[in-house]
Design a protein. Sequence first.
Length: 225
Amino acid sequence: MQTFPSMYRGFMDCSVRTYRTEGLRGLYHGTVPALLANVSENAVLFACYGFCQNLVCHVLGMQDPSQLRNYQKATAGSLASVFSSLVLCPTELVKCRMQTQHEMRISGYKGIPHSTPWSIVCHILKTEGVCGLFRGLSSTWLREIPGYFFFFGGYELSISILNRSSRDQPGAFVVTVSGGVGGACFWLSVYPVDSVKSRIQVLSMASPTGGFLISFLHILKTEGE
């Protein structure tokens, strides 16, 4: 829907037509690279989060990360996303291209590779080189860096509010709700950037898209907000 907005009327229309043309498998296109993307992103993100908290502490002259305020922890999360984006971009690129192959073919694009993650990786390496695996990296940074500021900011703020009456560590319920709040803050703040990133990563397979700014302005001009 992000890459071919005029092809479907909405979520239900896209879901039903995908199921009718490709079956249940069509709704799970890109599952393997999506799993790799999320596993690798979160592994690097949370591994770097503690390091970035210590870095922020050092810059601010603090002794311990527990002294950091919520917005300072959010800044550390934002810094950590710089590193996680490096492993997220290639896997998400493959995922996006797998998910839109049917639409690419019926739109008349030629040379679309078969729908396996490895064939798409080989096609990217053959036609674009190693750098092709990082197509959309700048857009990924534009999404992840501010997005994770709002994610960790929303998460830490929610923890503070829900757990303020207790001196104990937050329980599972508080952590779960706070994680949901953080996720909502992430996507509400950066979803437009994600739409642009998806088009860059998919449509660049057929022709140059001109980068983030040109793609962003083109969407505003042709489709509005």
